[in-house]
Design a protein around this ligand. Structure first.
Ligand SMILES: Cc1cc2nc3c(=O)[nH]c(=O)nc-3n(C[C@H](O)[C@H](O)[C@H](O)COP(=O)(O)OP(=O)(O)OC[C@H]3O[C@@H](n4cnc5c(N)ncnc54)[C@H](O)[C@@H]3O)c2cc1C
Length: 538
């Protein structure tokens, strides 16, 4: 069945990509049409329920993704202010995909329900698959539950020209190192999805797609209860591998932009053509923000960029990719608690640089010379005027300082080891801001869309076990929580720099395997003890 993503703009101006497992949605919504909220709710309910029935007729179970989508729409409407409820919701467009059943044989894999699974892994991204690889290797029965499809985040939450920032040789999933022709290159989106999908197939990992875990709670005798869209499952141990980037952040100040300006988060941005004609304001200069700004700039769009405090690094220095030097210097092996910035490192924005077109530096000053308009951090937007902090110059200088500092540490390493390497170039700033631009009249500048690239929030509210602190951060020691048998994998800096990436997730999974096996031994001993006691009583 062909599936469809439909894009809507809510009364708040926020945009969202929604899902329908069938084209039936096209009979109920029209591209470009605006609907009063009640009407929109009625139309989407009819379409998504019909879509779910079609899945039921074909596969024998209702479509959890369609029903999840319906619930999300209903929740969005319920959460709206009185002011928002009188404004319409607009359907921006549709995106059809190849037939789902042609590429999802595992979707119909029977999900067995034994009394309790020894291990359930939640999430079918690289982290969940790496865990499954190790469990399979030692013969621990388990399933991997994936709410969408394997590699969902890579496939559905990245823009068209997305490519890795880390070089291919750093893709070291256990049992599945990068095997393509360009280890020094940077895989593009389709290649990344293929790399992850091939992993699941290569080892026939027991992944069940289309199964969302809605809650995870402590069960009896130390186990866990998982309420899923395919029914209740019990597990002795659970590994949560659902990534860290769950809730895209768009601030309330988005509402202060002029009516008609399209707002979208970096995870919904696809390409310049999908934005309305006109200039674009990109907010945020983490890895996503600068790469999206470059994508738009190269397509000839007038880009206005709100520059934040993210650091940057060179792509190549003294004849090699900077990551190769940092690897030799042991940077990627430093555990987070021994890192010089250990109190902040888990929350820090990554250094910006790109792997696009073989990889190069991202120099915002060079963009400015080519016509991109740079501002400081976006403070707010009032009556159609975006207002910025007076920190552009400081933010650019700070990013360059980090860039130079990393290069200097490479110089020191080369000197200390007596390595024969070509001389390095010293970066000289090619542009400096003149008068600080603190305000921007959005309409006068012809801005028709804003791409918010200011990050995400994690959401583990469905994990109803006492493992989160008051800020919602998971308390753990390299993924092992205080609740026996409950683990987290794939979080940024779970243990070291590579923990949230292709590079280090395998090492953490192997560490968790040891903890899982030790817990199994303890559980088996406790069971034996109980059996012995009841035998003695009878
Ligand atoms: C913009 C961006 C660029 C990045 N670039 C790089 C890079 O260049 N190199 C690199 O190594 N890393 C990079 N990363 C970091 C990292 O590799 C990715 O975030 C990667 O997707 C993390 O893999 P994961 O398996 O931990 O999580 P994910 O890939 O997010 O997988 C989690 C899976 O869990 C599923 N799921 C979520 N909730 C549930 C639930 N309740 N029930 C069932 N399933 C659920 C999701 O559908 C998803 O498929 C980047 C990240 C981002 C955001």
């Amino acid at each position: 069945m062909p599936e469809v993503h439909f894009y809507v703009r809510w009364p708040s101006g926020q945009e969202e990509r929604c899902y329908s497992p069938s084209t039936v949605i096209l009979d109920h919504l029209e591209e470009g049409a605006s609907y009063e909220l009640g009407e929109f709710a009625r139309r989407t309910r009819t379409a998504l329920e019909l879509a779910s029935e079609r899945v039921m007729a074909r596969y024998g179970y209702e479509c959890s993704s369609a029903l999840d989508q319906l619930r999300t729409i209903q929740q969005r409407i319920l959460a709206m202010s009185a002011d928002e409820r009188v404004r319409p919701v607009t359907v921006l467009g549709f995106d059809r995909h190849e037939p789902r059943d042609a590429r999802r044989p595992s979707d119909v894999r029977r999900l067995e329900k034994p009394p309790a699974w020894p291990v359930i892994v939640v999430g079918g991204g690289q982290a969940g698959l790496a865990m499954s690889y190790f469990l399979k290797e030692v013969g621990v029965a388990h399933v991997v539950l994936e709410s969408d499809r394997v590699a969902h985040s890579w496939r559905s939450k990245r823009w068209d020209t997305f490519c890795l920032v880390t070089p291919n040789w750093q893709c070291t999933l256990p049992g599945h190192p990068y095997d393509g022709p360009d280890p020094e290159g940077f895989m593009v989106k389709g290649e990344i999805v293929d790399y992850v999908e091939r992993y699941a197939k290569k080892y026939d990992l027991p992944v069940h797609e289309g199964v969302r875990v809605e809650s995870l709670s402590p069960g009896g005798e130390g186990g866990f209860v998982l309420e899923t869209t395919r029914g209740r499952l019990l597990a002795e141990q659970v590994v949560v591998a659902t990534g860290a980037y769950h809730v895209p952040f768009i601030p309330p100040s988005a509402a202060g932009f002029p009516e008609g300006v399209q707002h979208l988060h970096s995870e919904s941005y696809r390409n310049p053509q999908s934005l309305p004609d006109g200039a674009v304001l990109v907010v945020g200069t983490g890895q996503s923000g600068v790469q999206i700004a470059e994508d738009l700039h190269l397509a000839g769009r007038q880009v206005h960029l709100a520059v934040g405090s993210a650091p940057r690094c060179a792509r190549r220095y003294r004849g090699r990719d900077v990551t190769a030097w940092l690897d030799d210097m042991g940077y990627y092996d430093i555990p987070y608690d021994q890192h010089p910035d250990r109190d902040q490192v888990r929350d820090k924005t990554n250094h910006y640089v790109t792997g696009r077109d073989g990889g190069h530096d991202i120099d915002l000053r060079a963009f400015a010379r080519q016509g991109m308009r740079l501002y400081g951090t976006l403070r707010d937007s009032v009556a159609g005027v975006a207002r910025f902090a007076d920190d552009l110059e400081a933010n650019l200088d700070d990013a360059d300082d980090v860039y130079r500092r990393i290069n200097r540490s490479i110089d020191q390493f080369i000197d200390k080891r007596g390595i024969d390497a070509p001389p390095g170039e010293v970066y000289e700033a090619p542009w400096r801001p003149a008068e600080p631009a603190l305000e921007l009249d959005v309409s006068a500048a012809g801005i028709t869309s804003v791409v918010w690239s200011i990050g995400f929030r994690s959401d583990f509210s469905w994990v109803r076990c006492p493992v989160q602190d008051e800020r919602g951060h998971v308390r753990h020691d390299r993924g092992v929580t205080e609740v026996p048998g409950l683990y987290f994998l794939g979080l940024p800096w779970l243990h070291s720099w590579g923990s949230g990436r292709f590079f280090g997730v395998g090492r953490d999974a192997e560490h968790l395997l040891e903890a899982i096996l030790a817990q199994r031994t303890q559980q088996a001993e406790a069971r034996e003890q109980r059996d012995l006691q009841s035998a003695m009583r009878s």
